[in-house]
Design a protein around this ligand. Sequence first.
Ligand SMILES: Cc1cc2nc3c(=O)[nH]c(=O)nc-3n(C[C@H](O)[C@H](O)[C@H](O)COP(=O)(O)O)c2cc1C
Length: 405
Amino acid sequence: MVRVLRDRRIVLGVTGSIAVYKALDFVRQLTQAGAQVDVVMTEEAQAFVTALTFQTLTRRPVHTTAFEAWDAEQAGHVTLGANADIMIIAPATAQSIARLAHGFADDAVSLTALACPAPLIVAPAMDHYMYWHPAMQANLEILKSRGVILVGPDHGPLASGMVGDGRMASIDEILAVTRKALGRTGPLAGRRVVVTAGPTREFIDPIRFLTNASSGRMGYALAEAARDAGADVLLITGPTALPDPKALDVVHVTTAQEMYGAVKHAVQAADVLIMAAAVSDYRPRHVAREKIKKETPIQVLELERTVDILREINQPGLLKIGFAAETEQLISYAQEKLHAKNLDMIVANDAREAMGSEFSSVVLITAEGIIDRIERQSKVALAEAIIDHVAAMLRTRVATDERTP
Ligand SMILES: Cc1cc2nc3c(=O)[nH]c(=O)nc-3n(C[C@H](O)[C@H](O)[C@H](O)COP(=O)(O)O)c2cc1C
């Protein structure tokens, strides 16, 4: 369960687009993550799906009119808007965007949006020519200038049968933008964090390479947890089977040398570097230009060391966090690595338990010794705990700097 969504009060405005069916899955994901979701529907939205469907998913009353009875606790749209941590309108029709841009308040969704001081996310959904109409573009500009967070639309097949712009952003993307917006004032607000993830590939010939079993899950979870804590995140990843995390920057690399180049460049503007990637320690000394043929006599593969990224990056003020995945003597090897590479913290885990798995347990070590042992749990939860330590270390550093004359 993602922490930034737990117990948050989310108001979802749903308007009359065919993309409304996607909002059902969105609501399901939000409620499964522990959020409290109040759905507000326009009249036209109810022509596509019923309020009952949303009510069943949220287990809460669905608001379909501005003219519902007020009582001592609940003053309709005013209470709903005022108590929200965030409001999202998805899908947002051309009509509802026009209403928002011009401050109309003649339906339950726009009325609630006007009464809501929390951040507003709008996910437009419409046909290509509707989206590109100057009136629509001008309305979107107005919303942007007011700080409304626009997500999408995407390019792709539209309900009309044509292919173009106007397809509502994916639920993954809207969810990521929601998490980022909810975490904007978190403990890493204003910080720039670089995270590396996944394995590298060291080529033997054009199609064969040396690699390892890293899935990238830990690094991806860390990047998302840092984003959810308010950081501006760049993820530098080797090849993985995972989809790119959304609402953060992603750079893809293949070899250790490429990863080094990307990290060196990225850390210039960073406060924190978290190296969760399983960077290959060796690469073939010679890379065959053409595919090595089966008939070629068996060769000895000569290896050479790859660049040691963590050791090479030594930027003053950069908080450096490394990972140690070992199969024996976990703590002592991790401590050696901490000192040899001049790290602020090392996250030690058992390589056999961690590699490729969705779960792991970790030991966090700093110059002071072991500071935390986190029992086996999902990498998502582990990442949140690690990010808490990173935030605490940054706070300590600021406090120390302020004391130093
Ligand atoms: C089948 C159908 C699909 C529609 N899909 C969209 C759409 O994707 N985007 C949009 O802006 N309008 C769409 N419309 C038009 C809107 O439903 C219409 O403008 C309506 O007044 C919007 O009202 P609302 O914003 O209050 O929900 C569609 C209409 C129909 C009949």
